[in-house]
Write a protein that binds this ligand. Structure first.
Ligand code: ADP
Ligand code: ADP
Length: 225
């Protein structure tokens, strides 16, 4: 089974005359290990599709499954937004430990797991720093580490680097690419940047304007390190 299966999915917000169709009908398989970049005009339903895969929303019709099962919020997928959404008054380590706690990792194992996750995102040794004291790029690294907590093998990223300066963005792109190819994690990454899509993706899906359907679905056959 694919990591993610989207079958004839449509999604509407609201009811009756006020209902807004946000997505679909859309069908899509995402094999395990793929780095899928999702592009398309504003309002085509990219964020909605991520929310359905994350289990934050339930499809109005059709079915979304993750490893063959209905996704539950916070269970199968780690989610990274444009803003890191960390607890600023907590330390880097505490932010990640909290996610480990939600994932059911015993307290005694958490410090080592925190350090392991920080190492994976290039932040080894920063666990004791306060989140508000680190840069925006470092905060987004923490958000990625937190999303991976609990051994999650599905990462959903909604324009995670859009708010960062060009140099920081480039470094994070490189590091994310390394993390994803080393761990074989499945990623769905929303972006407006063609450069970013080509650099990170193994496949690009373009949603059409209006309630998004697939307009284009292409492999990105570039060598990956
Ligand atoms: P994208 O991420 O591609 O910009 P979205 O998934 O955010 O697209 O939005 C798709 C459509 O659904 C848009 O018309 C948007 O206004 C609408 N929409 C998104 N979220 C909501 C919501 N919570 N309530 C009502 N309409 C929404
Ligand atoms: P993004 O570009 O990251 O999708 P948006 O500014 O489009 O962010 O939307 C921010 C939030 O507002 C999202 O959670 C989205 O679901 C919600 N939203 C978008 N459009 C609408 C809408 N028409 N009505 C209510 N909520 C909406």
């Amino acid at each position: 089974t694919p990591a993610v299966a989207v079958r004839e999915v449509t999604h509407r917000y609201g009811r009756g005359a006020d209902a807004v169709t946000a997505l679909g009908p859309l069908s899509l398989d995402i094999p395990a290990g793929e780095f899928l970049v999702l592009v398309g005009p504003s309002g085509s339903g990219k964020s909605t599709l991520l929310r359905l895969i994350a289990g934050f929303e339930h499809a109005s019709s059709g079915e979304v499954t993750v490893h063959g099962r209905t996704p539950e919020p916070g269970r199968q997928a780690g989610v990274v937004f444009q803003q890191p959404r960390l607890f600023p008054w907590r330390t880097v380590g505490e932010n990640i430990a909290l996610a480990l706690r939600y994932a059911g990792v015993p307290r005694a194992e958490r410090p080592a797991r925190v350090e392991e996750l920080l190492e994976r995102v290039g932040l080894a040794g920063t666990a004791r720093r306060r989140t508000w004291q680190i840069s925006g790029g470092q905060q987004q690294r923490v958000a990625i580490a937190r999303a991976l907590a609990g051994g999650k093998d599905l990462l959903l990223l909604d324009e995670p680097f859009a708010a960062l300066d060009a140099l920081t963005r480039e470094r994070l792109q490189e590091d994310l690419r390394t993390v994803s190819s080393r761990t074989g994690i499945t990623s769905v990454f929303v972006t407006h940047s063609v450069d970013e899509a080509v650099f990170l993706g193994t496949r690009a899906v373009v949603l059409s304007a209006g309630p998004g359907t697939v307009a284009l679905d292409v492999p990105i056959p570039l060598p990956r390190t």
